[in-house]
Design a protein around this ligand. Structure first.
Ligand SMILES: Cc1ncc(COP(=O)(O)O)c(C=O)c1O
Length: 401
């Protein structure tokens, strides 16, 4: 059975050119880049070249690039570094739709005495900018707002947000893990202090991330150890993955020039095909400010997990907007923050495409999915017993699906 992979916001295929670039660093050029000998020194040179490629992708200087182990570590580092640098400031602002890498850490800090403001979004997933600006105060240590949402693809106006925050002299971090490589990201044009990105979202390897730290930003390391990364992140470098990320960044910069319109056209074809053939299906999120590869679609009155299992039988890999943990069916915090009714949030599927997807794959999904929805709806007591009004907002406990 052929695999149709439309889950690229979860992770991406490592580009074969990236694999080729990495291989020599396992068994041939395995020196430690910190060593005094030339064998290690040559590896350090390759790391520097990778640093330059990543800097070029986001228009930073190479010295502003710090390698980490993943996007999560980059987010954590930005947050811990800032609160340690400003110990007297006890307020953090973020959005209600952040990835758990930010959300769970700031919630944890909320329990440790920090005041955390979660800025709301509207029904389209747009950030309430007035609510954000109204919360800025002399006690605010950090604002951390994602560039693009991993579930809906909605893009926040990072330039405008960064400018308003910097006018108040507050540190601004953005989790750009989903944005980098898919839309132009130019840190030289926006007053961003710190930015996170991750290798495995841009056809690079897993287990490698970057924190961009603007020159002059107050910083104290999260991983304290050796002098690597100019003392900003201790630990022997993950050389092969750094080289892989450098190659992936180079390829991503090329793809930005051409490939994404093709991906956006495929995404639109998928969306239009499904909306046309499945009644009561809705796209979640602002279609005008959205990543080119992402669509989150709610199929009302059925459960996303059931849809995914049936897609899985056909080799189609997508993901659901809801996180089903320990038997409790809780729809995603992103869709809840957007006010998507439970009956729709439960039946949400995220399709996230890449330049490897084809028209034939998209047409296969639009052919196979509508009968699956129809079958599941026939089994749904909710669908059969007359559908409740769109406005009825059920609580998790009341929701029978
Ligand atoms: C928006 C966002 N931030 C952070 C992360 C975490 O990245 P990593 O998996 O590299 O830790 C992800 C991964 O899905 C993400 O989508």
């Amino acid at each position: 059975m052929k695999t149709i992979y439309v889950d690229n916001n979860a992770t991406t295929k490592v580009d074969p050119l990236v694999v080729d670039a990495m291989l020599p660093f396992f068994s041939e050029q395995y020196g430690n880049p910190s060593s005094m000998h030339d064998f290690g020194g040559k590896v350090a040179q390759h790391i520097q070249e990778a640093r330059e490629k990543i800097a070029a992708l986001i228009h930073a200087s190479p010295e502003e690039i710090v390698f980490t182990s993943c996007g999560t570590e980059s987010d954590s580092t930005a947050i811990w570094a800032t609160i340690s640098s400003f110990p007297n400031k006890k307020h953090i602002i973020t959005s209600r739709v952040e990835h758990p890498a930010v959300k769970n850490l700031v919630e944890h800090l909320g329990k440790k005495g920090y005041r955390v403001t979660f800025v709301p979004v509207d029904r389209q997933g747009n950030l309430d900018l007035d609510a954000l600006y109204g919360q800025l105060s002399d006690d605010t240590a950090l604002v951390s707002v994602m560039w693009a949402n991993n579930e809906t693809g909605v893009i926040f106006p990072i330039d405008e947000i960064a400018r308003a925050i910097k006018e108040r002299g507050i540190v601004f971090h953005t989790d750009a893990v989903q944005a980098v490589g898919k839309i132009p990201v130019d840190v030289s044009r926006h007053p961003i202090d710190m930015l996170s990105l991750s290798g495995h979202k841009i056809h690079g390897p897993k287990g490698i991330g970057v924190l961009y730290i603007k020159k002059g930003t107050k910083f104290s390391p999260f991983l304290i150890g050796g002098h690597q990364e100019k003392g900003r992140r201790g630990g022997t470098e993950n050389v092969a993955s750094i080289i892989g990320l450098g190659k992936a960044a180079e390829l991503a910069a090329d793809h930005l020039k051409s490939d994404w319109q093709k991906v956006a056209d495929l995404r639109d074809r998928l969306e239009a095909g499904l909306l046309r053939s499945v009644p009561q299906s809705i796209v979640n999120g602002n279609s005008d400010a959205r990543l080119p590869n992402t669509t989150s679609i709610s199929f009302e009155y059925i459960e996303g997990e059931s849809i995914l299992l049936m897609l899985n039988e056909l080799g189609i890999c997508a993901s659901s907007g809801s996180a089903c943990t320990s038997g409790s069916l809780e729809p995603s915090h992103v869709l809840r923050a957007m006010g998507v009714p439970f009956t729709a949030a439960h039946g949400s599927i995220r399709f996230s495409l890449s330049q490897y997807n084809t028209k034939e794959e998209i047409d296969y999904i639009t052919e196979k999915l509508p009968p699956i929805i129809e079958r599941l709806r026939q089994l749904s007591p909710f669908w059969n017993q007359g559908k409740p009004a769109e406005s009825s907002m059920l609580t998790g406990a009341e929701c029978p699906i």
